[in-house]
Design a protein around this ligand. Sequence first.
Ligand code: GDP
Ligand code: MG
Length: 505
Amino acid sequence: MVLADLGRKITSALRSLSNATIIDEDVLNSMLKEICAALLEADVNILLVKRLRENVKAVIDFDEMAAGLNKRRMIQTAVFKELVKLIDPGVKAWSPVKGKPNVIMFVGLQGSGKTTTCTKLAYHYQKKAWKTCLICADTFRAGAFDQLKQNATKARIPFYGSYTEMDPVVIAAEGVEKFKKENFEIIIVDTSGRHKQEESLFEEMLQVSNAVNPDNVIYVMDATIGQACEAQARAFKEKVDVASVIITKLDGHAKGGGALSAVAATKSPIIFIGTGEHIDDFEQFKTKPFISKLLGMGDIEGLIDKVNELNLDDNEELINKLKHGEFTLRDMYEQFQNIMKMGPFSQIMSLIPGFGSDFLSKGNEQESMARLKRLMTIMDSMNDEELDSKEGAKMFMRNQGRIQRVARGSGVSVREVQELLSQYQKFAAMVKKMGGIKGLFKGGDMMKNVNQSQMMKLNQQMAKMMDPRILHQMGGIGGLQNMMKQFQQGAGGGLGGMMGGMGGK
Ligand code: GDP
Ligand code: MG
């Protein structure tokens, strides 16, 4: 069973609590049975599953418990906590120190994804302005150096390796020395693997480790090998001082449960997961948001972070205007800019409860971004008067010459400018309606202040305003309503609210 299915099954088991009129031992047992079956099917270790079951049961004592206590909530909280415990070893993740060399050594079996992941990690740090480099200490696999060289060159990351030197220990030591002298901050050493955990591999691993004295040893684990992860992780941990784990291939059809729960054996936190072959198919891993997302509750925390990054609260002027139902072409332009700043569409969408990360495929996402860019190009050819008018669209309708001028200026057809204006009119109409809903824009608690019928109205407005293609992908109006409802719960109370409250490290 793939991870998404696991999430769905657990969520549905948890829902059974909400549907039950009385929550007694039978209800709890049958819910736990469903959850445990799903975990086992996803390859989670049977002992861990048993522990989860016992721990959840221990929280609730039906005989002793006073009536009126919120059992439902207590059980859901206990399940959530236990799921977190399955993955979280309770150890703080290592983090590099600025301004000094941080040597990171990769270990793992052949084919687990070490070389790919080395580049992903290097790229991650380089983007954050760390002085980063790669060393290929794999002389076992033919073409290993070429593979790393190719990856590193593509990502413009300095690298070190050799076609002639056969001793990985020598290469590793030389590379680290060279890059330390050059004041590199992140020095990543890729090592060779074997098909299984053999003595010769561990011997080599130890020698390299002794030679470079790593600040962090990252064990790379392939999610697709299921239950076998556990023994493998244990073997590596025994031989070398594994400090962090990266799980690869958590995309596609990996069961994942085996890998995720094997982390308990390493007593080391998962720091990243690999979700594809490309350099940016790589996500920082945080347990609680991961479980929330798995259960379809969305990563409320992540979403709030992103929104806060935008400093929308500082934009008092816009909020004031919106309150009065005003929305100019320039406001729309700035909103598009914000969306672009927030990064890939699908990333944002996947943070919203009820959306999997597969909501928008990459192709669609690029398409949406390109469309947005094109619309902004058109608006770039408008003048201040047009952008700031309270009735921007009317200005254009009254004077078709303006449309022609903008079309010429931005190199698009008149028709496209008209389409943009009609899109804008829909937005503006929606803002007018929303401005009428009292308190909608009060503070960050937008959704808390809205009641059921206002929500309905808002949904309908949103549906009208949205690009029909995107609406379709969201599952039509029903899907949209569902999302808004979940979002409301997420911000207010219910399951999502509970988890939101528990979030944070
Ligand atoms: P190494 O032998 O441990 O260095 O493994 P490689 O980095 O050479 O990777 C082995 C294969 O796994 C390659 O085909 C990679 O493209 C693929 N791979 C690595 N990470 C991921 C991932 O997160 N998802 C998927 N789908 N493939 C991956
Ligand atoms: Mg390799």
